[in-house]
Ligand binder design. Structure first.
Ligand code: FE2
Length: 375
């Protein structure tokens, strides 16, 4: 099973750390059964595999969900002293693993450690009658881990230890295709450290820098740098808070996640009107941008294929760069803590991240922060 990311154009050809794609994204949650149900019914993922007591996993369970090229693993533990329970206690439900699909785990792991990565866990092999998978882990920001996954000798569903399992309901795909980018929030002053980590350890290139002049409202500011791997298919923007009059959304995240972590996962669709229409009718709540946003948006972005009224009805945002335009929208937080959320994005040529929408978006987030009493 192969998970490839993004259709953005390659950025360079001097790849010094080969990554074949994102293998999976793992969430540590308090109740994996219910969370897995939510991602199936609300977002249209299919259950494909499971591990738990029934398969011999006595301490924790994991549900593997798939939609097109996106694979999520949702895990929770049964006892308070388990690593997953500690993580949930500290961070609430959140992203623990951004797994990278590699050709040779031991070789990639050694290279990463030589270049300064910290070990999360040493390489080990798991096997069953379908073959073997080699795993190793390196640490990134906060408690987040990049698991390296070598699966060229495996034919089964997901990994040894899991059994195939299908959704019990007829859930319809919402048209989510692949992970476009995964954003991390880090503490003030730490953005450059992590940009350097991706450059030096994983051979990523710095793609874009946004400073607090690009990303600020009257009250709050943040800075962001986007790094991308050798093929350009994997993009990790890193945010840090900047000094503003009030508490920024990054500060709020860091407070409630209790440290750095994954802020949002941007998922691409080929038909954002259809996808967001379906997600809304499935009960997903999105950030609200006032109608005035649409008064001058066409002046700013020029001609688009979609009917503006349709976009306005669903509150979808538009931005343009030199390569084309993009349509995007952001969910509200996916759990009770104001931490991780999704972005739904449709790229129509544009390779950027919606800079023209930053102000409207951050004002929308500030309105939510204010309601939560965290501004
Ligand atoms: Fe994004």
């Amino acid at each position: 099973m192969q998970i490839l990311q993004s259709t953005a154009k390659p950025q360079n050809n001097t790849d010094t750390f080969e990554i074949l794609g994102t293998d999976f994204i793992e969430f540590y949650v308090g109740n994996a059964k219910q969370a897995a149900h939510f991602y199936q019914t609300a977002f249209g993922f299919q259950l494909v595999a499971y591990k738990g007591p029934e398969t011999g996993s006595k301490d924790y369970c994991s549900y593997v969900l798939q939609q097109d090229k996106i694979r999520f693993v949702i895990s929770s533990a049964f006892r308070p002293d388990h690593e997953i329970s500690h993580h949930v206690h500290q961070h609430g439900d959140g992203v623990k693993v951004l797994a990278l699909w590699v050709n040779d785990t031991v070789d990639s792991f050694n290279k990463a450690i030589e270049r300064g990565a910290e070990i999360a866990f040493d390489p080990y092999t798991i096997q069953d009658d379908q073959g073997s998978v080699v795993l190793a882990g390196i640490k990134t920001y906060g408690d987040t881990v990049h698991t390296l996954v070598e699966r060229k000798n495996y034919r089964g569903t997901f990994m040894p230890g899991f059994k195939p399992m299908a959704s019990l309901m007829d859930n319809l795909s919402t048209g989510l295709k692949y992970v476009d980018h995964c954003v991390g929030n880090v503490e003030i002053g730490q953005m450059n450290r992590w940009v350097k980590f991706y450059q030096e350890v994983l051979g990523f290139k710095l793609l874009i820098t946004f400073d607090d002049k690009d990303i600020s409202t009257k009250y709050t500011a943040l800075m962001s740098k986007v790094v991308s791997n050798g093929t350009g298919y994997i993009k990790f923007p890193i945010n840090e808070p900047a000094q503003g009059l009030k508490k920024s959304q990054i500060d709020e995240y860091l407070e409630f996640y209790n440290g750095p972590g994954v802020q949002h996962i941007a998922i691409a669709t080929d038909d954002i009107l259809k996808t967001v229409g379906q997600l809304r009718s499935n009960g997903i709540d999105f950030l609200y941008v006032p109608e005035t946003y649409y008064e001058d948006v066409i002046e700013r972005v020029g001609k688009i294929d979609e009917n503006l009224e349709d976009l306005k009805k669903l509150n979808i945002l538009i931005d343009r760069d030199e390569d084309g335009y993009l349509l995007q929208i952001f969910t509200k937080p996916l759990q009770d803590r104001p931490t991780v959320f999704f972005e739904i994005i449709q790229r129509k040529g544009a390779t950027s991240f919606g800079k023209g929408n930053f102000k409207a978006l951050f004002e929308a987030i500030e309105r939510e922060q204010e309601i939560r009493g965290n501004l």
